[in-house]
Design a protein around this ligand. Structure first.
Ligand code: 3HC
Length: 338
């Protein structure tokens, strides 16, 4: 359902004489759809674009643990608790693969985390909304993870090897996350009238913020054109958003839930659903730090980072001792052999 056609039109890839020979070779590799690996030559702007996008993505995964983490102790059954625990743990793992992929570009994780904590780095707007009811956990899985997969499946074929490979496993796990969310919502809509109302009320709060996750319209997107030319982005923000709406509307109909958009209707000429205007003022307010939970999310991350400091220090001291012991043992064995 979330699989997509991703062949790029490379006919416009520039190879003219204004490029250095290194740039021409790089552009030719991109045009042949080859993967770029960490030790390969790459333009500095390609490197910095990747560091920005991959680290924002990593931050989103880690901050994304917070809205759901608070529900682990309140999940309505042991089975739901186990599933949610595994899901939140998966998000932490995704953050880890992505920080590691960013580090292959020559930045260190401490710098990236410092940029997050000091407010210089962005993370996904969606995680600045509160989870008020259990239905919100279903909505995050069904809608937010559904949108995440739609955006992330094309990244499995992005031009930078370590990012593309990290995304393959992440997408497999996201697919499980989406299904567990749909299952929660499906259970609620077959429950009591109060549970159905809870699901409908939650959909009304999460629908528009989910559409915002795909980023600004293509005409207002700073990075789409260049990122697409480099094969980092394969499908634009607007096209991914449209695909998401097209697959999600029939799912909402099946669930008997009403999407809160009076302008939503099938357009037979376009072969897509038309939908109403996205509240971009709200999106930019949230991105700039003034969403319902921005301050709470950052405070929780900084507290977790400070409380984990002694663990990182102990692990680093242990690793340094192990290295020193291994070095001493190798000197001793060389002396014995001499
Ligand atoms: N939230 C916060 N900032 C956003 C945003 C969003 N939803 N969408 C766009 N922006 C920011 C961009 O980062 C950029 O800011 P910058 O120039 O300061 O970095 C600015 O708005 C302009 O947007 P662009 O369209 O030009 O930016 P991109 O080309 O980077 O496109 C993107 C944005 C589509 C999010 C792209 O970066 C991307 O595909 N990233 C990888 C996937 C990702 O990060 N997903 C986040 C969610 S992860 C998740 O949901 C976890 C799951 O477990 C639930």
């Amino acid at each position: 359902m979330y699989t997509q056609a991703m062949d790029l039109d490379r006919s416009a890839t520039p190879a003219d004489a204004t490029f250095t020979s290194e740039e021409q070779a790089f552009n030719a590799r991109i045009a042949r759809d080859e993967k770029i690996e960490p030790n390969d030559w790459m333009p500095e702007s390609y490197r910095s674009t990747l560091i920005r996008q991959i680290s924002q993505h990593a931050h989103s995964e880690v901050v994304g643990m917070l809205p759901e983490g608070g529900w682990i102790t309140r999940a309505p059954s042991l089975k739901r608790k186990e599933i949610l625990l595994a899901k939140v743990q998966d998000e932490g793992g995704h953050g880890l693969y992505l920080y590691a992929a960013a580090e292959t570009l020559g930045v260190c994780r401490a710098e990236l985390i410092d940029a997050l904590h000091s407010g210089r780095a962005k993370y996904s707007s969606i995680f600045n909304y509160p989870t008020l009811t259990w239905a919100d956990i279903g909505m995050i899985g069904w809608l937010v993870d559904g949108a995440a997969i739609m955006n992330q499946v094309p990244l499995c074929r992005c031009s930078y090897g370590p990012y593309a490979r990290a995304m393959i496993r992440i997408c497999k796990e996201e697919s499980f996350h989406q299904r567990q969310g749909f299952d929660i919502v499906h259970t609620l809509v077959r429950g009591t009238p109060e549970q159905r109302r809870m699901a409908q009320e939650s959909l009304e709060r999460w629908w528009w913020p989910t559409l915002m996750m795909f980023g600004p319209h293509d005409k207002d997107s700073t990075h789409t054109a260049q990122a697409t030319a480099w094969g980092i982005k394969r499908i634009t923000n607007d096209d991914l958003r449209q695909k998401f709406v097209d697959v999600t509307v029939p799912q909402a109909e099946y669930l008997g839930l009403e999407i809160p958009d009076p302008e939503l209707r099938w357009n037979p000429e376009r072969g897509h659903y038309d939908f109403g205007p996205i509240p971009w003022d709200e999106f930019w307010r949230v991105v700039k730090g003034d969403g319902p939970c921005n301050k709470e999310r950052m405070a929780a991350r900084i507290q977790a980072f400070e409380e984990g400091r002694w663990v990182r220090e102990a692990a680093a001291a242990h690793a340094a001792k192990a290295r020193a012991r291994a070095a001493a043992a190798s000197v001793a064995s060389e002396e014995a052999a001499a």
